[in-house]
Design a protein around this ligand. Sequence first.
Ligand code: GSH
Length: 220
Amino acid sequence: MIDFYTAATPNGFKVAIALEELGLPYRVIPLDLSALDQKKPEFLAINPNGRIPAIVDRDNGDFAVFESGAILLYLAEKAGKLLPQDPKRRSQAIQWLMFQMGGVGPMMGQANVFYRYFPEKIPAAIERYQKEGRRLFEVLDSHLAQHEYLADEYSIADIATWPWVRIHDWSGISIEGLPHLQAWMARMVEKPACQKGITIPPRNETPEDLVKQAQQMVTR
Ligand SMILES: N[C@@H](CCC(=O)N[C@@H](CS)C(=O)NCC(=O)O)C(=O)O
């Protein structure tokens, strides 16, 4: 059994989609980010960074894993799926996973902060992160022109990237003129695990509550 500590955000959805896709037994432990559950000592013992997601593998000596990319790798290796066996293909999947972890996620995250949540509107910061987000989308689009999935076969690289790209409107980053990225998104949204993963954990808050929570988080 995997204990899955999460909240309804893109980094949490990545792991939810992978758990669904891999068919591994898991138990969801939702954290209330506005109540700062993620900063409590019992959770910091699992993830010293005090952020979701994190997992504890109860079938492997209570082994804890934090950082969504590392969790995806751990789960894919445990199940022997969603990560190609061929060493070059495997490296390609890891390259696109890192591209998401070091690029798409942080840039869109900062675009959201400055475009949506930060109390002061700083146009240069908004423009910087939205432009960088769009540039990364263009890189994805060029690559997907030649490949059905990021590492040719469907992998954890796609699972890491889709929950972020799907909220591009919220980040104020257009996907107009990027037909290959759009076609890939259409392929991803068809997958039952993707559809289910973005509902875990269920959201009780209104969109307005979520904005308020995020505003509190960036200003505390
Ligand atoms: N690099 C980390 C980022 C995790 C992250 O930023 N999580 C956010 C939600 S998407 C969070 O827990 N925020 C709460 C906080 O900052 O206190 C990962 O990929 O796991």
